[in-house]
Design a protein around this ligand. Structure first.
Ligand SMILES: NC(=O)C1=CN([C@@H]2O[C@H](COP(=O)(O)OP(=O)(O)OC[C@H]3O[C@@H](n4cnc5c(N)ncnc54)[C@H](OP(=O)(O)O)[C@@H]3O)[C@@H](O)[C@H]2O)C=CC1
Ligand SMILES: O=C(O)CCC(=O)C(=O)O
Length: 524
């Protein structure tokens, strides 16, 4: 296990202990070259999973009662340690993901910024949602009992690292940051595509646990290929919640496992979304070509491997649609193919693009530049009509990669019908001119029903980490439309309220004692 800038060893982390897993092993593969990367990582066995969960359970009570200041300092130490990994981290991410340096450096900034934002939140104490309703012994006709409420950590959390954000949605990504902020020990199941990146970040967290004097079970990192590791983790009775970003099939499988446990637990899975982009007539007439060019950039961001990727364009039919297509066509045609994250993701992309290309009701508008190396995705824009789109659910499914289908929609009634028929989404984007506002206003309640975030004159890619962000949405965008995986509200997934009734001051947690300086609602 790497510590600081020490070389990678192929070990995982069971608490503070580096362990070479005795299960099936794996090596990362550079998707840009096909080269297998050293070292070999030993895979976690059932006994490794068991030990990590036992340690997490042992760490729960001491960790969840750390002071706000100490827990915030821990999150900041993780951020500092990640930065200390310096270029060794950036190069390993690039080698394991095929992502370009500026993207990886940006993602590191987002990861570190996210940890610091959660540190600020922890320090504020607002997330405790403390409420004090003191006793009213003289209340008539009945006296009122003394009631005090605070949130506590839900318990050890299993986090599945995502393939498409090796830093911001992985070992120290949003799920881990929000769970640690809530006071939950975390057991991470590293994504098999980037074991080296995961080990480097895992070392940074382990070093922070030690430097902050915390129980070693606050963090463990499991490596290896295959479903068995994740299944064992979600099945372990000591795990009390799950954070996941990945495929719909994977998310559904974990939800089923969690629901079938003796004690079912919540799975916060972010799965699939096509993020409809609605083009209104006024905006199309005013700047159709420019919107088309901006779309071409958005759909290719990160080789389209974003769950916020604009996968469906619903264009209200009119002359401006052709201007949009011309703008998109010009930009897409001149773009190069991009390396995808893994051979499997590339093969899935080719399969799904093949469904569009071979569909009798679909026309190919443009393909991007041809591949010049292994696992490269060629961008694609298709077109179909509204009736065909509604009739075939395959056209409404997520294509993970730089691909989108434009649907010509005859009128607002049909647009409303299509949105109503579609599944839940992370984002819906509207392109509007002033003249479109009345129509957009009338549609907004339907859009709110369907998406976690509705945005205007932009695209959903590039989620801002903010207290006001919702990165979630109705199923299947996520398994739980009542939450977010990005932004400070994400902490709520890993909290549970406890009420203390008629509890003597000496037994109350500090935040709920008389004179508490932690922000709280006082109920007269
Ligand atoms: N919408 C989105 O945000 C994203 C969608 N995807 C989609 O997922 C496809 C595959 O990408 P990938 O990132 O590997 O996603 P997967 O869902 O296949 O895998 C994500 C993680 O979950 C584990 N896992 C998957 N299925 C199970 C299961 N049944 N039981 C236990 N663990 C499981 C995987 O490990 P292992 O496979 O070793 O079991 C891995 O650690 C992409 O082609 C794309 O379509 C991917 C990333 C993001
Ligand atoms: O668009 C982004 O910045 C985040 C996208 C995302 O959450 C994902 O692809 O998993």
């Amino acid at each position: 296990m790497a510590s600081g800038n020490a070389p990678l060893t192929g070990e995982m982390l069971i608490g503070a202990t580096p362990v070479t897993g005795g299960g099936e092993s794996l090596r990362a593969v550079n998707p840009a070259t096909g080269e297998a990367l050293d070292p070999v990582f030993g895979g976690a066995t059932a006994a490794d999973v068991e030990r990590a969960c036992a340690l997490a359970d042992a760490a729960l009570i001491p960790y969840r009662e750390t002071s706000l200041a100490d827990r915030a300092a821990f999150l900041e130490t993780i951020a500092d340690n990640i930065l200390k990994l310096d270029d060794a981290l950036i190069e390993r991410v690039m080698a394991e993901s095929g992502l370009p340096r500026p993207r990886v450096e940006g993602e590191r900034g987002r990861t570190v910024g996210q940890l610091r934002l959660f540190a600020e939140l922890v320090r504020s104490g607002t997330w405790l949602d403390a409420r004090i309703a003191p006793a009213q012994p003289d209340r008539k006709p009945l006296p009122r009992v003394d009631l005090r409420l605070r949130n506590i950590a839900i318990g050890p959390v299993a986090v599945f690292g995502a393939s498409n954000f090796p830093l911001a949605f992985s070992v120290a990504g949003g799920d881990t940051a929000s769970a640690l902020a809530a006071g939950c020990p975390v057991v991470v199941r590293a994504h098999p595509a980037h074991p080296g990146t995961s080990a480097l970040i895992g070392g940074a967290i382990r070093d922070a646990v030690a430097a902050c004097g915390l129980h070693e079970g606050v963090f463990s990192l499991l490596q290896g290929p295959g479903n068995a590791i994740g299944q064992a983790l979600v099945n372990d009775p000591r795990i009390k919640a799950v954070g996941f970003t990945g495929s719909r099939a994977g998310g559904l499988a974990l939800m089923a496992t969690a629901a079938a446990r003796h004690q079912p637990i919540p799975v916060y899975a972010e799965m699939s979304s096509v993020n409809p982009v609605l083009l209104f007539p006024g905006a199309l007439a005013e700047r159709g070509a420019a919107i088309g060019e901006a779309f071409a950039a958005a759909v290719q961001l990160g080789a389209g491997q974003f769950c916020t990727n604009p996968g469906v364009i619903l264009a209200l039919d009119g002359p401006g649609v052709d201007a949009f297509i011309a703008g998109a066509r010009a930009k897409l045609a001149e773009s190069g193919a991009q390396t995808m994250l893994t051979a499997g993701i590339h093969a899935a992309y080719e399969r799904q693009v093949g469904v569009f290309a071979g569909h009798s009701a679909v026309a190919t508008l443009v393909r991007g530049g041809a591949p010049s190396g292994p696992h490269q995705a060629q961008a694609a824009l298709f077109e179909t009509d509204a009736d065909s789109f509604l009739a075939d659910p395959r056209l409404q499914e997520e294509t993970f990669g730089p691909c989108s289908v434009l649907v010509r929609v005859p009128d607002m009634t049909m647009l409303r019908g299509i949105i109503t028929a579609m599944e839940g989404q992370l984002t819906i984007a509207l392109h509007l001119a002033d003249a479109d506002l009345p129509a957009a206003r009338a549609l907004l309640p339907v859009l709110e029903e369907k998406a976690g975030r509705v945005l205007v004159n932009g695209f959903g890619t590039g989620v801002e980490v903010s207290p006001a962000m919702v990165h979630g949405g109705p199923f299947p965008a996520t398994s739980d439309g009542g939450s977010t995986s990005v932004g400070t509200l994400a902490i709520r997934r890993f909290l549970r309220p406890v009420c203390y009734q008629d509890m003597p001051q000496a037994l109350l947690p500090d935040a709920l004692r008389d004179g508490s300086t932690v922000p709280h609602d006082f109920v007269n």
